[in-house]
Design a protein around this ligand. Structure first.
Ligand code: ATP
Ligand code: ATP
Ligand code: MG
Ligand code: MG
Ligand code: MG
Ligand code: MG
Length: 259
């Protein structure tokens, strides 16, 4: 009708800002729980490491890899997960906002859906949320440096938190525990754990010390005898491991990840 407002769609679209991620680079999407300090308090996570909460993060990561075929590797610690997309991924034409939002919302939904599987006796008190960001790494070497940085962070935080919570559980208040640890080196922290609490840091679960890696591995070709359509085709499965991803040996043992 006469009253109908005429809007030129090209004019409206001209305001759209599209941030396309650099071609031929490894895209890393890192998601991180929003205010999980509070979330872990409200849901009474074991300190310093709640194994079930980490299992839940890992289950969500596996689901993300199942959903997004372009993800070749992922690494998780605490309330964060880094997802690495293959170098030439064309997911959402490499538009950052779409990739980040699709992965972060899928992960958050999964976290809520799988909560009961991991915590059958624990009520989810409020909806958890995650933020996400995208960064491009232009070489395999730099990508490995990024992952090493996250794993070093895992180790340093875990060592600190293990000491901190041992002190707190032994009766110190949080500020006392904090000042006890101020300025201490790694070796001193390990000594404190051993002498004061009888904890040999190196015997703590690998998942706590090294974080979790979820990735695809090639499986054996299926047997000709099996009556399956996938006979002869290389297959992949998704695995969860608590391994050292800083060392060269991991990447030598899994050369197909960054090929
Ligand atoms: P922000 O919103 O800025 O990310 P945050 O409160 O989530 O704030 P982080 O630096 O991301 O802060 O740290 C996450 C916190 O969540 C940890 O410090 C820890 O207290 C808690 N947390 C996460 N996962 C676990 C777990 N599996 N077991 C125990 N505590 C956990
Ligand atoms: P994409 O992943 O690219 O967004 P899509 O399938 O979500 O694909 P959209 O263009 O976003 O496609 O359209 C959403 C579709 O969802 C609609 O075409 C319609 O079929 C369906 N849909 C969404 N909301 C409703 C609703 N309230 N009632 C019925 N159908 C709906
Ligand atoms: Mg954050
Ligand atoms: Mg957080
Ligand atoms: Mg965090
Ligand atoms: Mg869409």
């Amino acid at each position: 009708s006469e009253d109908c407002v005429k809007i030129n769609p090209d004019y409206i679209r001209s305001f759209l800002f599209e941030s396309k991620l650099m071609p031929s680079t490894w895209i890393v999407i890192r998601i991180d729980g929003c205010h999980f300090h509070r979330f872990s308090d409200v849901h009474e996570f074991n300190k310093p490491n709640d194994k079930q909460a980490l299992d839940l993060m890992n289950l969500c990561a596996v689901a993300v890899l199942e959903e997004f075929q372009d993800i070749i590797f992922s690494y998780g610690v605490s309330d964060e997960y880094s997802f690495v997309l293959k170098k030439n991924s064309q997911l959402y034409q490499r538009r950052a906002s779409e990739i980040v939002s699709a992965i972060v919302s899928f992960f958050s939904s999964m976290y809520v859906m799988k909560w009961k599987d991991v915590f059958p006796m624990k009520e989810l008190k409020y909806p958890p949320s995650f933020d996400g960001r995208a960064v491009c790494y232009p070489s395999a070497e730099i990508l490995r440096d990024y992952l090493a940085w996250r794993q070093v962070d895992c180790h340093i935080n875990n060592q600190y938190n293990t000491c901190f919570w041992s002190l707190v559980k032994s009766g110190k208040c949080k500020s006392e525990a904090q000042s006890c640890l101020k300025g201490t080196q790694a070796r001193e922290k390990n000594e404190l754990l051993l002498k004061e609490f009888g904890i040999d840091y190196n015997t703590l679960p690998l998942m706590f010390r090294q974080g979790s890696s979820v990735f695809r591995v090639k499986t054996e070709k299926t047997s000709i005898l099996e009556n399956s359509t996938s006979v002869g085709k290389a297959q992949t499965k998704i695995v969860t491991e608590y391994c050292n991803i800083i060392e060269q040996s991991f990447w030598e043992a899994n050369p197909s990840i960054l090929d």
